[in-house]
Design a protein around this ligand. Structure first.
Ligand SMILES: [Zn+2]
Length: 92
């Protein structure tokens, strides 16, 4: 019974696929602050996501960069993230 799933890591209380599953919510700004903090902690510790994420890889990198430059989790973060990601990732 060979699993074909890529290697995943548990960081920040989330597995890689859980982080990827939350990206749409994060981009929509509907992710709750607790989940956002966990995603943030995961991305800060995990290098697998950017590779495993495939087409999400670029998004993960941009999310990580945006989270890294954000001083704190606040109401404006998800909006900024969404705008930036739509501009840079979703265009064309
Ligand atoms: Zn990961």
């Amino acid at each position: 019974m060979a699993e074909t799933r890529p290697a995943l890591r548990l960081e920040g209380g989330l597995w890689c696929d859980e982080v990827l599953a939350r990206l749409p919510d994060l981009l929509d700004g509907t992710i709750d602050p607790t989940e956002l903090a966990r995603v943030r902690a995961h991305l800060a510790a995990c290098d697998v996501c950017t590779r495993f994420g495939g087409r999400y890889g670029q998004t993960v990198q941009r999310v990580r960069a945006a989270l890294g430059e954000a001083p704190a989790v606040d109401g404006g973060l998800s909006e900024r993230l969404r705008d930036r990601l739509r501009r840079e990732t979703w265009r064309g």
